[in-house]
Design a protein around this ligand. Structure first.
Ligand code: SAH
Ligand code: DHB
Ligand code: MG
Length: 222
């Protein structure tokens, strides 16, 4: 089965289910123009994030890995008018592009883009004793996923939903001997998620316009 077919099916699903969306299309165009890599979630994945956050009635969302703000915009649209979203990004240029995109989408008042290594920003949030987040999307460097899970749990409550992107990566994760730090990171993340009594979850493989990958869906249960 070819990637071309996966992309055609994604296009078909998107054409039927997702209305064309100027703010999101402009976000991708501006991100590309600024030289950001084309690694945002696909439109149908973005919509799934929005729906998960809305179904859960999320009022406070945390995102780790902003890029140009594409997934941020999907998630922020799930929020009520007095909700909030903190998104964390290492690269100042990515963060600036994201701020412009989020502003153009009319969501600037809901979103706080924090620049710096995710570990530092997460520790800052813990030190600030912010209220727990309802929904957390982990999508930054894959090496960091085990640490981001630990820190996310400290920013969670019972019922917090944690979604992690890119947990399959062309199936590389079944290679227990891989020396690729990204594979090692995702494998450790999944092990921790499975071992931790505070979490219940699952993971699904996906194919589509972004290739062969997958996401994990976790709920904090205690
Ligand atoms: N969530 C975005 C895509 C994120 S791509 C979307 O779907 O639209 C991953 C992002 O994580 C990149 O912008 C990268 O610069 C950022 N990143 C990489 N390492 C990081 C780190 N240590 N801390 C915070 N962000 C990091
Ligand atoms: C990469 C990162 C992502 O978050 C993604 O969805 C796809 C690729 C990457 O770093 O290559
Ligand atoms: Mg991703």
């Amino acid at each position: 089965m070819s990637e071309n077919l996966w992309s055609n099916v994604d296009e078909y699903l998107v054409s039927l289910l997702l209305p064309s969306d100027g703010a999101l299309e402009e976000t991708l165009a501006q991100s590309a123009a600024a030289g950001l890599p084309p690694i945002s979630v696909a439109p149908n994945q973005g919509k799934m994030l929005e729906l998960l956050a809305r179904i859960q009635k999320s009022r406070r969302i945390l995102e780790i890995g902003t890029l140009g703000g594409y997934s941020t915009i999907w998630l922020a649209r799930a929020l009520p008018s007095d909700g909030s979203l903190v998104t964390i990004e290492l690269e100042p240029v990515h963060a600036e592009v994201a701020r412009e995109n989020i502003e153009r989408a009319g969501l600037g008042h809901l979103v706080d883009v924090r620049v710096g290594p995710a570990t530092d920003s997460l520790r800052d949030l813990i030190d600030e004793e912010v209220p727990p987040f309802d929904f957390i999307f982990i999508d930054a460097d894959k090496e960091g996923y085990p640490r981001y899970l630990e820190l996310s749990l400290r920013l969670s409550r019972i019922g917090t939903v944690i979604v992690a992107d890119n947990v399959v990566r062309d199936g590389d994760i079944v290679n227990s001997k891989s020396s690729d730090e990204r594979v090692v990171g995702v494998r450790r993340f999944l092990e921790l998620a499975g071992e931790d009594d505070r979490i219940e979850g699952t993971a699904l493989q996906t194919v589509g316009s972004k290739g062969y990958d997958g996401f994990a869906l976790l709920v904090v249960t205690q």
